[in-house]
Design a protein around this ligand. Structure first.
Ligand code: E4P
Length: 214
C-alpha cells in the first residue's frame, strides 16, 4: 500500500520523507492557502523534494481552461499529476490530457460510478473523499469497497487514492480493502505510530534497566 501525504507544507513532507513514509503528495487549493506563501513557489519546492507523484489541482472549471493549466503544471516536473474535479468538463479534460500522456487524478468523487467514468476517460488516479461522506452520515469507506471491486471486475489500471482521511481507522479500513493508496494528513500519519501500551512498555523497560544499572 502506498502512503501519500495530504499537505502543502514542505516541512511536514520532509519529516515524512525522513521516515520513508512519503510515496507521493496530494495538494489542493485549500491546503495551499493554509501555507500563506506564493503557491507557485510552494508547488515548485514540493515537486523538487518529492520523488513520487505530486497532485496539483486546476482552478479552471471549463475543459479548455483545465487543459491549459494542466499543461503548464505538468511542465514543472515529471512527477506532476493534475488534479481535475469530477464534472462533465473535467472528464473531457481528463480524456484530452490522457491522450497527451499527462497523468490525472480525478478528485471530489463521492459515488462509485463517478470513479468508473473517470477510469474510462483515462484517469491515472481517482480520489474518493471518505471523511466528507462520513461527515454527512454516509459510510465513506463503502464507496472505496465498491470502486475497488469495479476496477478489479474490469481490470482498470487506475489507482484508488483514499482521500479526506480523518483518523487512523480510515487508514486501517483502506488497507483491509486493498486500496492502492491512502493520502494521509500529517497529524494522522503521526497518530498511526502511537499506542499507549508502547509508551508504557518503553517506560517500564527504562525503569527496569535503571534498577540493574545501580
Ligand atoms: C485529497 O486529495 C484531498 O486533498 C483531501 O484529502 C481532502 O480532505 P478534506 O476533506 O479533509 O479537506
Amino acid at each position: 500500500m502506498k502512503f501519500f501525504i495530504d499537505t502543502a507544507n514542505v516541512e511536514e513532507i520532509k519529516k515524512g520523507i525522513a521516515m520513508g513514509l512519503v510515496d507521493g503528495v496530494t495538494t489542493n487549493p485549500s491546503l495551499l492557502s493554509k501555507e500563506k506563501k506564493d503557491p507557485d513557489a510552494v508547488i515548485k519546492e514540493i515537486l523538487s523534494v518529492v520523488d513520487g507523484p505530486v497532485s496539483l489541482e486546476v482552478i479552471a472549471t471549463d475543459a479548455e481552461g483545465m487543459c491549459g493549466e494542466a499543461r503548464k503544471l505538468a511542465a514543472l516536473g515529471p512527477n506532476a499529476v493534475i488534479k481535475i474535479p469530477m464534472t462533465e468538463e473535467g472528464i473531457k479534460a481528463v480524456r484530452t490530457l490522457s491522450l497527451e500522456g499527462i497523468k490525472t487524478n480525478v478528485t471530489l468523487i463521492f459515488q462509485p460510478v463517478q470513479a468508473l467514468i473517470a477510469a474510462k476517460a483515462g484517469a491515472a488516479y481517482v480520489s474518493p473523499f471518505i471523511g466528507r461522506l462520513d461527515d454527512i452520515s454516509e459510510k465513506g469507506m463503502g464507496i472505496v469497497e465498491d470502486i475497488c471491486l469495479i476496477f478489479a471486475n474490469y481490470g482498470f489500471e487506475t489507482e484508488v487514492i483514499v482521500a479526506s482521511i480523518r483518523n487512523p481507522v480510515h487508514v486501517l479500513e483502506a488497507a483491509l480493502l486493498g486500496a492502492d493508496i491512502a493520502t494521509i494528513p500529517f497529524n494522522v500519519l503521526k497518530q498511526l505510530m502511537n499506542h499507549p501500551l508502547t509508551n508504557i512498555g518503553i517506560e517500564r523497560f527504562l525503569k527496569d534497566w535503571q534498577s540493574i544499572k545501580k
